[in-house]
Design a protein around this ligand. Structure first.
Ligand SMILES: Nc1nc2c(c(=O)[nH]1)N=C([C@H](O)[C@H](O)COP(=O)(O)OP(=O)(O)OP(=O)(O)O)CN2
Length: 164
């Protein structure tokens, strides 16, 4: 098999962001107040450079990353797998029970996520898994993917995947 030259293409665009509400849960009784961030997403893909000097069209990757960001934008993000939170859907509303507190939101304003806490270290692997599930990127022969999520300048969590 001809020797492959690998490259690592990094995508870090200002428009790869989503504005979302959340609160970080620290224990069964301690959490932050509800607030929001402008979260940012960045991605790096390792792939082989083809015979015509192209690894893959990174425009396809940027489109998928933007679409993923858009699904989280302008929502209150709630963790479905938190050991300390109970979520109930009632007549078009989502009821959030934490310790002795009860919060109610309209379903249209919230996004329930299969994670344990709305932290950057939980959001990064979730977004990476959803990126890998996207059919637009199937068959692109990626060797590795790194996906970072930031809740503010200078603080990132990065999730990684490598092909077997
Ligand atoms: N390990 C983690 N710790 C914390 C997370 C997290 O995702 N993972 N998140 C938070 C909260 O989101 C908190 O609201 C972050 O606040 P802060 O760091 O102050 O965000 P800023 O962008 O305002 O940062 P500045 O340094 O103040 O500019 C807490 N912990």
């Amino acid at each position: 098999m001809a020797e492959q030259t690998l490259t690592r293409i990094e995508i870090s665009k200002e428009y790869l962001n989503f504005s979302a509400g959340h609160f970080t849960i620290f224990s069964a009784t301690e959490r932050e107040n509800l607030h929001g961030h402008n979260f940012h997403v960045r991605c790096a893909v390792t792939a082989a450079i083809g015979p015509n000097g192209l690894a893959f069209d990174y425009v396809d990757l940027k489109r998928v990353l933007k679409a993923l960001c858009d699904t989280f934008d302008e929502r209150l993000l709630l963790p479905e797998l938190s050991p300390f939170l109970r979520l109930e859907r009632q007549e078009g509303q989502v009821v959030v029970l934490f310790a002795e507190q009860r919060m109610t939101f309209l379903e249209r304003d919230v996004l329930l996520l299969p994670i344990r806490n709305v932290t950057i270290e939980e959001l990064a692997p979730l977004l990476l898994a959803r990126l890998r599930d996207r059919p637009e990127l199937a068959g692109m022969g990626f060797h590795a993917i790194e996906l970072g999520v930031s809740s503010g300048a200078g603080q990132w969590a990065v999730a990684t995947w490598e092909s077997a």
